[in-house]
Design a protein around this ligand. Structure first.
Ligand SMILES: Cc1cc2nc3c(=O)[nH]c(=O)nc-3n(C[C@H](O)[C@H](O)[C@H](O)COP(=O)(O)OP(=O)(O)OC[C@H]3O[C@@H](n4cnc5c(N)ncnc54)[C@H](O)[C@@H]3O)c2cc1C
Ligand code: FES
Length: 265
């Protein structure tokens, strides 16, 4: 884990409630893998006290991108930062998606809803670079909630979009769109991040169809590196259920490891 207290915002884009920041942080960029995250100190003031976790959306040699949705005070403060501001960040944290040469020539799916699309861009790039053929399923409430659509298209990914209100693409949830498409093809693996209900549905039909699937979970994170125990969830390991720190052992887990009942409201 690297602490970079001077990660400068070198580019900023925004769409309604969504923001894409490019942060100059060469040491973190060098070590980052898809599915890992950073913890950002939001304010120099005591409140909000806790750093906030954000997935690494993409990287180059010297910088990492984050993509986030304003969902409370911390993300609201963050959204007001401007180019040349610096952020105090920790990362890369957690264990990300397993991406390897074993997927060469295979068809795989990356399915994300809303802000959950954030880690899937880096993942899709990495999967492609390993020779996998990636179908990206990207859903949102409305057209304005799928602002990265053009970005995925311009990279040449096979993109399937859905909106709950039908303003763009398939009308309905992205999980329903994926389920319908799985009548036509069977991917070697599904990778997913997004609202729990979405991931739960995907886990269910992936299991029924015997398709291995990995999910990036969210949890309240106090520290992000295993000290506070704020992020624990019950996870199945070697057939036994245990309390596991999502920040250290995850956030990515396979569908067999996740106890989906934990996520029932
Ligand atoms: C591993 C991980 C990666 C994430 N990646 C992204 C991302 O790439 N883009 C994105 O938009 N969001 C991401 N999130 C969610 C993001 O961290 C929360 O939206 C953010 O912390 C909310 O902070 P807030 O102060 O704006 O909201 P608050 O007003 O504090 O709370 C709003 C919501 O955010 C949740 N939340 C608050 N603090 C935390 C915290 N420390 N950790 C986790 N959840 C919290 C609350 O439970 C509540 O549901 C990620 C979360 C995790 C755990
Ligand atoms: S966030 Fe502190 S232990 Fe996981």
């Amino acid at each position: 884990m690297i602490k970079d207290s001077q990660a400068q915002i070198i580019d900023k884009k925004s769409w309604n409630n969504y923001y894409l920041f490019k942060l100059e942080s060469p040491r973190i960029a060098t070590q980052a893998h898809p599915g890992q995250f950073i913890m950002i100190r939001i304010s120099d003031h005591p409140y909000p006290l806790l750093r906030r976790p954000f997935s690494i959306h993409s990287k180059d040699e010297k910088s990492i991108d984050i993509f986030f949705q304003v969902s409370g005070l911390g993300t609201d403060i963050l959204s007001q930062k401007i180019v040349h501001d610096t952020l105090d960040i920790l990362g890369p944290l957690g264990k990300g998606f397993q991406v390897g040469a074993n997927l060469k020539g295979k068809e795989v799916v990356a399915a994300g809803g809303g802000r959950g699309i954030a880690p899937l861009y880096f993942l899709a790039q990495e999967l492609s670079s390993h020779g996998a053929s990636v179908k990206v399923f990207y859903g949102g409430k409305s057209l304005k909630d799928i602002p990265l659509k053009e970005k995925f298209e311009s990279e040449g990914f096979d993109l399937y979009c859905s909106t709950d209100d039908g303003s763009f693409g398939f009308k309905g949830f992205i999980s329903d769109y994926l389920k319908a498409e799985l009548e036509k093809f069977t991917p070697s693996r599904i990778f997913s991040c997004g609202p729990e209900e979405m991931m739960k549905k995907i886990a269910k039909f992936a299991t029924e169809k015997d398709i291995p699937a990995d999910f990036s979970l969210e949890s309240i994170m106090g520290c992000g590196f295993g000290v506070c125990w704020g992020c624990v969830k019950r996870i199945r390991k070697n057939g036994e259920e245990e309390w596991v720190k999502i920040c250290e052992e995850g956030p990515v887990f396979s569908s067999e490891e996740i106890i989906w009942a934990e996520y029932e409201k």
